[in-house]
Design a protein. Structure first.
Lengths: 193, 151
């Protein structure tokens, strides 16, 4: 058996399995952030997300004896969180992706002005609000992938382990959604034809 | 579209992908944006927004709550198991008592029961057995709530 999990993961898992006081609480605390990011981005509703996070960790506890250290513990837990969120969306017949993705087939051919002030744009409330609205309006899957990649700073292979999606598909979603966000901002920050 | 990072992709796709990745890296390292090209700077705006904390969060005592609910679930499961063991024990005891009573007093009851039955006609006896089996099948087919008149 190939073990790629860090030794800290192994120690924590063994402590939980032998019932060490506080071990499970430590495990939850260490991974609740990732779990929340995955589930909240997938389902969007905070109350549902909290319940699903609780369900995730109860499932983690139930299945922990099956964890074989073949991936990092966070990836294993992330996988459970993702599948629980996925099932939640499937029950509500909510689509994961944009069924009619719009992607330019040719170069957008914009002449990007050189005077774009990033610092000013980050500080501009309207631009920030527009951007966050745009992120929220993305379909569940690309929204979640963007969060895992940018906020949680997971690698593409780690995201593959969590979602089961091929790396090419993940990159495709990241590419399309980031391009869409950039193009959405152009009217606000100015582009010169 | 498949993998945008592949070299067989159109040049504009490769350019945009490279700018997106560079923006992500620069934002991660908090580099000064003034040296970057304009396209990278635009993607840094999106990368910056994507790195902001999510609007909602789990309660601060979430981990304690989850661990606590697990403890309660375990206690409930233990209590249910105890109840089941006691129920099985009680049914077993009742069964033994019934058997003892039956064997002790069967000699007195059986002749009186035979006399009370409609006739010694064999067809009536089979009819009674059939009715008994049908009744048991019917009761087993209903859920507990229905048997108690709640269904």
């Amino acid at each position: 058996m190939n073990s790629v999990a860090p030794s800290a993961d192994r120690e924590l898992v063994e402590a939980v399995l032998r019932g060490a006081p506080g071990a499970f609480e430590t495990l939850v605390r260490a991974h609740q952030g990732l779990c929340w990011h995955i589930i909240y981005r997938m389902v969007r509703h905070p109350e549902d997300a909290r319940e699903l996070c609780q369900e995730t960790f109860l499932r983690v506890h139930q299945k922990l004896h099956q964890y074989r250290y073949e991936s990092a513990l966070k990836s294993w837990i992330g996988q459970i969180a993702y599948s629980i969120a996925l099932r939640h969306l499937e029950r509500r017949k909510i689509s994961l992706v944009d069924l009619h993705p719009e992607l330019p087939q040719t170069d957008p051919l914009e002449r990007i002005g050189d005077d774009f002030d990033l610092e000013a744009a980050c500080a501009d409330e309207q631009t920030t609000r527009l951007l966050h609205q745009a992120i929220e309006s993305l379909p569940a899957l690309p929204r979640t992938l963007l969060t895992l990649y940018h906020l949680d700073e997971l690698t593409i292979p780690e995201i593959t382990q969590i979602t089961g999606l091929p790396s090419g598909t993940i990159k495709s979603h990241l590419f399309r959604s980031r391009l869409k966000l950039r193009q959405l901002l152009e009217p606000a920050i100015g582009v010169f034809p | 579209m498949n993998d945008p990072s592949q070299h067989d992709q159109p040049s504009w796709v490769q350019r945009e992908w490279a700018a997106q990745e560079r923006a992500r890296q620069e934002e991660h390292l908090a580099l000064d944006a003034s040296a970057s090209d304009p396209l990278v700077r635009r993607y840094r705006l999106a990368a910056h927004a994507l790195r902001q904390p999510l609007p909602d969060a789990l309660p601060p005592d979430f981990a304690t709550q989850v661990a606590g609910s697990l403890l309660h679930a375990r206690q409930d499961a233990n209590e249910t198991r105890l109840e089941q063991i006691m129920l099985i024990g009680l049914c077993g005891l009742l069964g033994i008592v019934a058997l003892v009573i039956l064997t002790s007093y069967a000699g007195a009851w059986l002749p009186a029961m035979r006399a009370a039955l409609p006739a010694a006609d064999p067809s009536h006896r089979w009819l009674l057995i059939f009715a008994g089996c049908a009744g048991v099948s019917y009761l087993l087919g209903r859920g507990p709530a229905q048997r108690l008149g709640r269904g």
